[in-house]
Design a protein around this ligand. Structure first.
Ligand code: MN
Length: 131
């Protein structure tokens, strides 16, 4: 069972991501802002974090920074899900503690490929996604 935490403040986007992930066999938990995301990470120990950039309380950049400051979370893959699709932002995101980047609207195939790429890179291969 591969656990994915979705941190996204928009309910419609959260639901869409949940459907795409559950259709691929992932177990999904949701957080509505950055602070809730950090709390859920401690609680459920997800294998992967889908992190929206624009969120209230703590934005995605702040969440990624806090995760990377915590040695016990250093291996948690973080995939940015963002509307910041302007040129240059991709590099900015990838230099800010994120492992991958998808722009909205999220393409189902691209999401699946990124999850498999990031989960497959981990040392612990006992949690590969169920297809
Ligand atoms: Mn948002």
């Amino acid at each position: 069972m591969t656990k994915v935490l979705i941190a996204e403040d928009n309910a419609v986007n959260r639901e869409l991501l949940r459907e795409l992930l559950e259709a691929r066999g992932y177990t999904v938990t949701e957080a509505c802002d950055g602070q809730e995301a950090l709390r859920m990470i401690e609680e459920i120990h997800p294998d992967m974090l889908l992190l929206d950039i624009g969120m209230p309380v703590l934005d995605g950049f702040a969440v990624a920074r806090k995760i990377r400051e915590n040695p016990s979370l250093a291996a948690l893959p973080i995939l940015a899900i963002t509307a910041y699709a302007m040129q240059g932002d991709r590099e900015n995101v990838l230099n800010s503690g994120f492992d991958g980047y998808l722009s909205k609207p999220v393409n189902a195939r691209a999401l699946a490929d990124e999850l498999e790429r990031l989960l497959g890179k981990r040392k612990d291969r006992t949690h590969l996604p169920i297809k």
